[in-house]
Design a protein around this ligand. Structure first.
Ligand SMILES: Cc1cc2nc3c(=O)[nH]c(=O)nc-3n(C[C@H](O)[C@H](O)[C@H](O)COP(=O)(O)OP(=O)(O)OC[C@H]3O[C@@H](n4cnc5c(N)ncnc54)[C@H](O)[C@@H]3O)c2cc1C
Ligand SMILES: NC(=O)c1ccc[n+]([C@@H]2O[C@H](COP(=O)([O-])OP(=O)(O)OC[C@H]3O[C@@H](n4cnc5c(N)ncnc54)[C@H](O)[C@@H]3O)[C@@H](O)[C@H]2O)c1
Length: 495
């Protein structure tokens, strides 16, 4: 039996695998893309696209239900099945675009590369062979080079069995038959807070959020996590700070959830659904790593070097990208790494891989965006900094939108150079605003470099302009007049 040969074989068609495959086409390469489940991976299904579609729909519903904007909708109702149908339409639309492109490049030709999509589970046999299993069928393919882009899956809580009906993780959201009447979300990171926002926006579910600590999204600065906590509570979410899950008892008509609080008291809640969102672990089991001499790190990820090659293996033709790489588990990080590997292999690298400008968008109410260092990271790394905060209350566009809840917070180095180190934005359009500062971080920009930029009026981005002016005491509105809305402070490590 002859074995098919490819320039590049990729395990996993999520953002990392798909972007690598598409970039390899630009270099006239033959690509085999192996996918065990859904085309597009978590980037599309049970992940980024489906959750963002649900967030957008829930936001529309929440705006439509609003009674403070001069209108009052009557007869407004929502049906979970119809919401699901719309989410599936969005996911299908994206998958069909991906498939159309795969089909366009499926025939070998001289002008460009070609791609073969194979459905099945990929497993290394040796450093040039992968076996693909689909049902009872197996086949082997030969590759010059490989990319492992097998992504991640939800982490489980020991002794809490996920049945994807009453006790679910993010992969069970689309399986719910209706809005739960009562729900507890275990874990107050990005996924937990996003789903707490979504379900509270619909106002059909009593939402409880378990937060082991004092603050949700604990890796962010206290001002941002307090802002998110406060807004979740305003949206109707019951946050259980400093609570640990003791057990979930399955009763015929409900789940009985026992929480133990740090101060020693306990509470029993009745809910219909529990959603576990306590982080994600890499998909590296049963892919034959032992056959190619690759070991995982203590945390279970793949150790990759500056060009995403797996460091600890026999030959040097196996690369890794995306959630399994131990870097931030973000769509854009997977895409960046996938494309970078292909450029390393077949192109001319023009710049080193840089993660410092990767933005994280958090789909809460209102949305939140983050790039670069926050105060916690500066303090941990003993970097002297100045930080300015400017409230959206003073930004005309936000005033006009009647959406003044939010702020811009920018950090610059306090070393005479005023390098832009990071930004946090909360409020409408935060996800768009963040790219201007991300660009400055890429360019190693300073306050001086961006001083000349003039932002159009009326735009939310005028908040960024004013926040930057605060550092030089040139803002139109002054901290002296609005001490709660405009702030400037600095920090230096003790010597
Ligand atoms: C609910 C949720 C919301 C999210 N929202 C955002 C967001 O708003 N913004 C953002 O940046 N990120 C978001 N993320 C994270 C983002 O989805 C991931 O970081 C990204 O999808 C990772 O890409 P990847 O290619 O590494 O892996 P994945 O997207 O997980 O894809 C890996 C693929 O590999 C396949 N696979 C696994 N093993 C094998 C094998 N042996 N053989 C063949 N195929 C295999 C899997 O079936 C899967 O399709 C979200 C994640 C979740 C869960
Ligand atoms: N908008 C986005 O960019 C987006 C959206 C969703 C997910 N993601 C990615 O997916 C990854 C996973 O998201 P996540 O929210 O599951 O993880 P996370 O790491 O963001 O948060 C996990 C939370 O669970 C808590 N936790 C951990 N173990 C626990 C336990 N046993 N009991 C109770 N709480 C516990 C942690 O303290 C933390 O607050 C994120 O790191 C993120 O990169 C990104």
């Amino acid at each position: 039996m002859s074995i098919e040969k490819y320039d590049l074989v990729i395990l996993g068609s999520g953002p990392a695998g798909f972007s690598a495959a598409m970039r390899a086409i630009d270099f006239n390469k033959s690509v085999c893309l192996i996918e065990a489940k859904h085309l597009g991976g978590t980037g599309i299904i049970n992940g980024a696209l489906t959750s963002k579609t649900m967030w957008e729909l829930s936001r529309d519903f929440s705006i439509a239900s609003s009674v403070k904007r001069g209108y009052r909708a009557s007869g407004l109702n929502v049906n979970y099945k119809q919401v699901q149908k719309t989410i599936i339409q969005a996911a299908k639309q994206k998958q069909l675009q991906m498939l159309s492109q795969i089909e366009t490049y499926s025939q070998p030709n001289k002008e460009s590369g070609n791609i073969t999509l194979k459905n099945g589970w990929g497993k290394f046999i040796d450093s040039h062979t992968v076996e693909i299993t689909s049902g009872s069928k197996t086949e082997q393919v030969h590759g010059e080079n490989f990319i492992i882009a097998t992504g991640s899956r939800p982490r489980q809580i020991p002794e809490v069995v996920i049945d994807q009906e009453r006790i679910i993780d993010s992969e069970g959201i689309m399986g719910l038959k209706e809005f739960p009447e009562r729900m507890i979300i275990l874990g107050s990171g990005i996924i937990g807070c996003e789903f707490a926002t979504i379900f509270s926006n619909y106002n059909q579910t009593e939402v409880h959020l378990l937060d082991r600590q004092h603050k949700v999204i604990p890796y962010e600065d206290d001002d941002l996590s307090s802002f998110v906590s406060k807004n979740l509570e305003n949206n109707g979410v019951n946050i259980h700070h400093t609570a640990n899950l003791r057990t979930i008892r399955k009763r015929p008509d409900c789940l009985e959830v026992v929480l133990d609080y740090q101060d020693g008291h306990s509470k029993v809640l009745e809910v219909d659904v529990a959603l576990v969102a306590i982080g994600r672990i890499p998909n590296l089991d049963n892919i034959g790593l032992e056959n190619v001499g690759i070991k995982t790190t203590d945390r279970g990820y793949l150790d990759i070097n500056e060009v995403c090659a797996t460091d600890n293996f026999k030959s040097c033709n196996i690369f890794a990208a995306g959630d399994i790489s131990g870097h931030a588990q973000l769509y854009s990080v997977g895409e960046l790494q996938g494309r970078y590997i292909v450029e390393t292999l077949y192109g001319n690298l023009e710049y080193p891989l840089d993660y410092s400008n990767m933005s994280t968008l958090m789909f809460f109410k209102p949305e939140v965006a983050a790039v670069g260092l926050n105060e916690k990271a500066c303090r941990k790394n003993k970097i002297p900094y100045r930080v300015a905060t400017y409230s959206n209350s003073l930004v005309n566009r936000a005033v006009a939108m009647r959406a003044v809840d939010g702020f811009i917070k920018i950090i610059v180095s306090d070393d005479g150079e005023d390098r832009i180190l990071g930004m946090r934005a909360a409020g409408p359009q935060a996800s768009t605003l963040i790219t201007s500062i991300a660009y400055q971080i890429t360019q190693k920009g300073t306050l001086k470099d961006i001083r000349q930029n003039v932002h159009p009026h009326p735009s939310i981005s005028e908040g960024v302009q004013e926040c930057l002016r605060v550092f030089e005491e040139k803002s139109i509105y002054k901290p002296k007049a609005f001490p709660d809305l405009i702030k400037l402070k600095s920090w230096k490590p003790e010597v």
